[in-house]
Design a protein around this ligand. Structure first.
Ligand code: ADP
Ligand code: MG
Length: 755
């Protein structure tokens, strides 16, 4: 058995209840483990056993219901742009239909208005000639409207009858069909029926205007939905088409997909960097705003990394390609944004549940309304009036209850939020992380690489035994070659700069949060912090070391099994914007804690510079995790920011893990959010983004609910006995269109928020 997970685009989704219908149908299919359908992005994420079923088979399952699954796994530009093209075509089709339907609706409103005003003697009634003409015209107009835009709703009714599956189209279908068929019967059998009924009371105008409003609402919704998801498209546009590559001494313009790692690429002033790499020569400034949100161009000199998709400014450089194709940072970001957009925020579960039970519930309520009006109404006003009341309320309930906006509330805000994050250099792995972040009360931060630049430098070498200073560096660097820790990198760089040779080593071992160990010439050496030296029971002058670290430097001790050979003092600088970021966190009412494996003196020194509230030093990686758990037990919602292998367990444990893009892959894997450039001021922005997004979702849910909750009793005629008001189904159609449009535009407002 091999279960795999794929995300497909679903064609044919019209309403949030479609998501529920598709989810339930696929869930029952053979070989399917789990399904998640997102109406906002029109995608289905399916975990299935591919020895038992295929995408084609699954697509067949939902085909009778009017949906198709399409593979978007080949995330090439072409697939996405073809889906977009299709949507634009569909939008155009809608526009043409509206061109015909809106005038019909306008005409109906005028006729209806005239009739109503005449009834209240405000206007003179229509002259007979016109009245007769209109009487014949309305059925034709209604029939035309049904033919033009009624198909999805008629199909909804058909599927309800045939398969017993109801979605929102079914509700609208039953509503508008009832209005039409009832009126048509009155018109057709006018002569027979006029003895019993008021045959002039037809509802053609309801059919026409409701269908027109719904189509207009759909059109506006589709148009704005195209706009919510444009973040990915903007990122796709950043992909370069060609690169200037050095080949046999000449510079050749090469298509980007033919560029391979280790190619040397030349960048002209103002040109786009095609793929990721490391600068080998030249000196320039690169504008990375489009990917990292960094406003100022960034200085690039040999050894610095460049990101594909960014734009060179006035200088020039050559660089060695490190990553191409799906490995590049840009491809990674696009994948992440897509996955996050397709994921469901926990808050959506509620909306889905409601959408799921709403449709059958509404059908029941509608039929009950019909029955009650017929029975009770006949008693009070006689059958004739009761019948028209019951038809009006039945149709009104079905139309206003459509919970379309409910299904849009969460996903549209998430899509805009995730997209906005990506443009600010905040990569969000899933909607759950974005939702959680707004509740955070404490931010825990690792020191090295998170608060500090993580580019430590050796500033002093002290010898404690007979071994010379350069020998100390040589031994230390040989031990550290394999280490992924920034300290290791600093030592090795120092040795290289001073032309100190490294020695061959064996049996390398790293102790997370402590240091390293290896054999050199069959002698066992260790290098790391005091904890490591103590673990090995080596005696040394502790006071001497305490004095050395008073200025915030980290001591790295080198020892054999028997004695301490020397100490190297390492200094790291605090990130330029760290203090400002912590200040903003405090202003938002969030506590800051520094959690580090380094010694307390160094930790306190750095914490004071950054303005951090609390310091927890000398902790091992597993204790970082425990500290997070402890805070959570106290009721804190914890965000943990870190970059190292040693931070990974804590990142996973925290309510929200925030990794630095400059850090290790393990950290990025374990975190829900990654900050590009390792810029911790983005923590603040991420929290603000989360707050805005959640506020948007709550507003959306309010707007979606309010129409239904007020609308249904009003449409059912519950207020008629008390206030004498009854909702004309036409307003139900208008309210429905308005609610969807107001929800989507409220989500779009997020785009312009200043983080
Ligand atoms: P932080 O929590 O600040 O990222 P770590 O947990 O990675 O720090 O490491 C804690 C301490 O362990 C470091 O400050 C350093 O003293 C020591 N250490 C860890 N790895 C190494 C290494 N490769 N070489 C030397 N010292 C190390
Ligand atoms: Mg670290």
């Amino acid at each position: 058995m091999s279960v795999s997970t794929h995300t497909y685009h679903v064609k044919g989704m019209h309403c949030a209840s479609c998501a529920v219908v598709i989810e339930r149908t696929l869930q029952k299919a053979l070989g399917v483990e789990a399904v998640q359908v997102n109406y906002g992005t029109e995608t289905a994420t399916i975990h299935f056993d591919d020895t038992q079923t295929t995408i084609a088979l699954l697509s067949q399952q939902i085909a009778p219901l009017g949906y198709t699954l399409r593979d978007t796994a080949k995330k090439e530009n072409t697939v996405i742009s073809s889906i977009k093209k299709e949507k634009e075509d569909e939008l155009y089709e809608f526009k043409i239909k509206l061109f015909w339907v809106l005038p019909l609706a306008f005409l109906s409103v005028i006729i209806m208005g005239w009739d109503t005003l005449a009834e209240f003697a405000v206007l003179k009634g229509m002259p007979d000639v016109i009245a007769v003409f209109v009487h014949h015209l309305l059925p034709i107009m209604a029939t035309a409207t049904i033919f033009l835009v009624g198909k999805p709703y008629a199909l909804g009714v058909y599927r309800f009858v045939r398969y017993g599956k109801a979605n929102m189209d079914t509700l609208i279908g039953i509503g508008t069909c009832t209005a039409f068929v009832y009126s048509f019967i009155l018109t057709a059998f006018e002569n027979v029926l006029k003895k019993y009924l008021n045959v002039a009371l037809t509802y053609y105008d309801v059919t026409i205007v409701v269908l027109a409003f719904i189509t207009l609402g759909k059109y506006l919704e589709m148009k704005s939905k195209l706009k919510t998801g444009d973040a990915i498209e903007k990122l796709l546009h950043l992909q370069a088409k060609t690169a200037f590559v050095f080949k046999d001494g000449a510079i050749v313009e090469t298509p980007v997909n033919a560029v391979v790692p280790d190619d040397i690429v030349m960048i002209k002033p103002g040109a786009q960097i095609p793929v990721d790499g490391v600068v080998v020569s030249g000196d320039t400034y690169v504008d990375e705003a489009m990917i990292t949100g960094e406003p100022l161009p960034i200085h690039k000199k040999p050894g610095d990394e460049v990101i594909g998709g960014t734009i060179n400014t006035t200088g020039t450089c050559t660089y060695r390609v490190t990553k191409v194709g799906s490995e590049t940072m840009l491809a990674h970001i696009i994948r992440m944004v897509e996955d996050a957009e397709n994921s469901k925020a926990p808050i959506q579960a509620l909306a889905d549940k409601i959408a799921g039970i709403f449709v059958p519930l509404v059908l029941v309520v509608a039929f009950m309304t019909l029955g009650v009006w017929l029975v009770v109404g006949t008693h009070y006003f006689g059958f004739n009036r009761a019948l028209s009341f019951s038809i009006v309320s039945f149709v009104g309930v079905l139309i206003i209850a459509c919970p379309c906006a409910l299904g849009l509330a969460t996903p549209t805000a998430i899509v805009v939020g995730v997209g906005k994050g990506a443009r600010e250099g905040i990569l969000i792995k899933d909607a759950a992380a974005l939702q959680m972040l707004h509740k955070v009360t404490t931010v825990v931060m690792d020191k090295t690489g998170t608060i500090t630049n993580g580019k430590p430098e050796i500033i002093a070498v002290k010898q404690f035994g007979a071994v010379s200073q350069s020998e100390i560096i040589s031994l230390l660097a040989s031990l550290e070659v394999r280490s992924e820790h920034p300290i290791g990198a600093a030592v090795v760089a120092y040795a290289q700069k001073n032309n100190i040779e490294l020695k061959p080593f064996e049996q390398f071992e790293a102790f997370q949060g402590k240091g390293v160990r290896a054999l050199i010439n069959n002698v066992e050496y260790i290098a790391g912090n005091e904890r490591l030296i103590n673990d090995w029971h080596i005696t040394y002058d502790k006071e001497a070391i305490k004095q050395e670290v008073a200025n915030g430097q980290t001591p790295v001790l080198l020892a054999t099994k028997h004695e301490l050979l020397g100490v190297v003092l390492i200094a790291d600088t605090i990130k330029a914007n760290a203090a400002a970021a912590i200040k903003r966190l405090h202003a938002m009412g969030i506590r800051s804690i520094m959690l580090t494996g380094d010694n307390l003196t160094t930790a306190k020194y750095i914490a004071a510079q950054a303005g951090i509230d609390e310091v927890v030093a000398d902790v091992l990686p597993e204790d970082k995790l425990l500290k997070i758990k402890e805070l959570q037990k106290k009721g804190e919602i914890v965000a943990m920011a870190g970059d190292g292998v040693n931070d990974a367990p804590a990142l996973a444990q925290a309510d929200v893990g925030i990794a630095m893009s400059t850090g290790t892959d393990v950290a990025i894997e374990s975190a829900g959010i990654t900050l590009l450039h390792g810029d911790i001021s983005k923590i603040v922005k991420a929290i603000r983004l989360s707050r805005y997004t959640m506020r948007g979702i709550k507003e959306n849910l309010f707007w979606a609910f309010i129409y239904n909750t007020i609308g249904i009793p009003l449409a059912a005629g519950l207020f008629y006995p008390i206030f004498g008001i009854m909702l004309n189904p036409i307003f139900a159609g208008l309210a429905m269109a308005l609610s969807s449009v107001s929800v989507v535009s409220n989500s779009l407002r997020l785009k312009s928020k200043q983080l």
